[in-house]
Design a protein around this ligand. Structure first.
Ligand code: G1P
Length: 314
């Protein structure tokens, strides 16, 4: 069995859920404490030995390339100041992995983005990590998925139990489950099922180990939900045509950093648990919560000022 060394990270999305912050900055560059969200994802891949990373990018993603490239001017300035700690943090993102880039061109969906990786990946199994999904480094999911791949071969996808009313936001899997084992056999998949029609409460989260056969399937996959070529549809075809697809049901901490509420939760949780920032921050947070009044309970004068364009206030 081939060891998996290649990780594909699609990062061509527009980040509309985070506008206007993402008007000129890629959503993957939004900081989670003091590192951009994308760096956590690359670190996750590297932590299981996947040092060959391909980012499938689109327009306005130059900042991503700059982040993982050298910045000689900055390095020199930090060196002169003798700031070894910051210099190390700057160098880390450069040396972390062997990062390659390809452009998606037409944004025709996640399946199409993964297909753009075919020439780089070649004929070997590979991982796909979605940039919006941040998996807490203390809850190693990829290592578990790689183990399932070693044991069973085929493809392995990450799943999470969700409330039925949230199923329509995800790809959903039908699966054969053996007792309470987190490893299941996937029999069917539906991308963002209409409310009330999900085959189970198991939602696909953004980690996949895929066999290269997926590329041929993707080439033949017609546009699906939203008129886009869906990765979920291609994996469904794999499962329906005799390929093995397993799921790992993840019960650890996962944040959708493309969602504002979840992004805030990720920042607070990761900051609170850091040894350098956590103790002071948690103390402040406790006091803040004791004092904090929900906005609707405050007098009008105490409510935060909302700025409106001059044209609307004139
Ligand atoms: C994508 C996938 C979907 C999956 C989700 C997980 O959707 O298409 O199957 O459940 O990621 O984050 P997106 O969130 O990009 O719309």
């Amino acid at each position: 069995m081939n060891e998996i060394t290649k990780a594909v990270i699609p990062v061509a999305g527009l980040g509309t859920r985070f506008l206007p912050a993402t008007k000129a900055t890629p959503k993957e560059m939004l900081p989670v404490v003091d590192k951009p969200a994308i760096q956590y994802v690359v670190e996750e891949a590297v932590s299981v030995g996947m040092r060959d990373v391909l980012m499938v990018t689109g327009r306005n993603k130059r900042a991503l390339e700059d982040h993982f490239d050298r910045n000689c001017e900055l390095e020199l300035a930090l060196e002169k100041k003798g700031d070894a700690e910051r210099l190390a943090s700057v160098n880390l993102s450069t040396e972390l992995a062997d990062i390659h880039y390809t452009r998606q061109g037409d944004p025709r969906g996640l399946g199409h983005a993964v297909l753009c990786a075919a020439p780089h990946v070649g004929d070997e199994p590979f991982a796909v990590l979605l940039g919006d999904d941040l998996i807490d480094p203390r809850d190693p999911l990829l290592a578990q998925m790689r183990q399932v791949h070693r044991e069973h071969g085929g493809s392995v996808i990450a799943l999470m139990e969700v409330e039925p009313e949230r199923s329509h936001l995800y790809g959903c899997a039908a699966a054969e489950r053996d007792g309470t084992s987190p490893v299941v056999r996937v029999t069917d998949l539906v991308e963002k099922p209409a409310p009330g029609t999900a085959p189970s409460n198991l939602a696909v989260i953004g980690r996949y180990i895929l066999e290269p056969a997926v590329f041929d399937v993707l080439r033949r996959t017609p546009p699906g939900r939203g008129g886009e070529i869906q990765l979920t549809d291609a994996i469904r075809t794999l499962a329906a045509t005799g390929h093995t697809v397993h799921g790992v049901v993840f019960s650890g901490r996962r944040y959708d950093t493309g969602d504002r509420g979840d992004y805030l939760r990720a920042v607070v949780r990761i900051a609170a648990d850091r040894s350098d920032l956590g103790p002071d921050f948690v103390e402040w947070l406790r006091e803040f919560l004791l004092d904090h009044q929900p906005v609707e309970h405050r007098s009008v004068d105490e409510r935060p000022v909302e700025l409106r364009p001059a044209a609307l206030t004139a």
